[in-house]
Design a protein around this ligand. Structure first.
Ligand SMILES: O=C(O)CNC(=O)[C@H](CS)NC(=O)CCC(=O)C(=O)O
Length: 277
């Protein structure tokens, strides 16, 4: 199975981000990919809630989603649109941070709303309150394809291993982990956490990432870490994309899932326990 990780620097203009994705999907297909994956908030990375409110759309009106469904069908390609920011009908006006798995027939095969919100003070000048803008999801999702079962996660979900364990125990062989990781936390935590999730679950991890500087707000750059990763179930890094935007190809042998879980069957060794009190 050949996957294409699309690494990009999404800006505030959805039409520009969409053009980059559509070109990358054509490249992915030309290079033999079966599945192409885009990062978190592919359609718009912005520091302004007002701007997001102006340019984001409801799922049924989203032009990026429509264009990618059309491209998936035209190219006969599976696509994981890592996430789109979309409007919801909630009274409080929050958006959803939603992943879409699109089939080669151009249909939405599965969708997943990010469960864990990044409400974190990375430093005095770098603070995030994702839950102020996005409404968290509450449903874990495993999706079937003709090549593997996929477990869907988004970015900060990476830090919640019980979600990954639940996905693997529900049959996932590949966990998708699209991200817009902070450059600071990425340098400290990204590789080790992704490798740990792969080893604990015996899953492949496919983590397409945002990279570079997206915008400047109040004189502060919004910078993401890049380093889109593919990790094997035994923990080896199969692909590290570094920092440049582009299309990165990796070949997966799904038998490695079985083999890793046979060598260390920890996924089937859970025990109930009391406490801690
Ligand atoms: O803000 C947007 O529009 C798009 N969303 C994001 O960039 C999200 C929420 S702020 N980023 C993360 O989850 C980074 C997690 C991370 O960096 C860590 O866990 O260390």
């Amino acid at each position: 199975m050949r996957a294409a990780l699309i690494q990009m620097t999404s800006g505030e203009n959805p039409a520009e981000n969409r053009d980059f994705v559509l070109g990358s999907l054509r490249e992915a297909k030309a290079r033999g990919a079966h599945l192409a994956l885009t990062p978190e908030v592919t359609n718009c990375l912005s520091g302004s809630r007002d701007h997001q409110r102006a340019v984001l759309r409801h799922q049924e009106d989203d032009e990026t989603l429509a264009a990618v469904c059309e491209a998936a069908q035209a190219l006969d390609l599976w696509v994981l649109l890592g996430s789109l920011g979309v409007l919801t009908h909630d009274a409080d006006g929050r958006f959803a941070n939603r992943s879409f798995l699109i089939s080669p027939e151009g249909k939405i095969a599965a969708q997943y709303d990010k469960i864990h919100m990044f409400d974190v003070d990375v430093s005095k000048t770098e603070t995030y309150r994702e839950s102020a803008h996005y409404r968290p999801g509450d449903k874990a999702v495993v999706a079937d394809t003709d090549f593997a079962k996929l477990g869907l996660t988004i970015c900060y979900d990476l830090r919640f291993p019980h979600l990954h364990r639940a996905l693997a125990q529900a049959g996932a062989q590949i966990i998708t982990a699209p991200a817009a990781f902070s450059a600071v936390t990425g340098a400290a935590h990204w590789h080790v956490l992704q490798r740990a999730r792969a080893i604990e679950t015996g899953c492949f991890i496919l983590a397409p990432a945002q990279t570079g500087v997206h915008y400047v707000k109040d004189g502060v750059e919004r910078r993401t870490y890049g380093h889109s990763l593919a990790v094997a179930p035994w923990g080896e890094v199969l692909l590290d994309a570094g920092e440049a935007p582009g299309v990165y190809i990796v070949d997966l042998d799904l038998d490695e899932v079985k083999n890793a879980r046979k060598r260390v069957p920890s996924l089937s060794h859970d025990r109930a326990f009391e406490g801690p009190a």
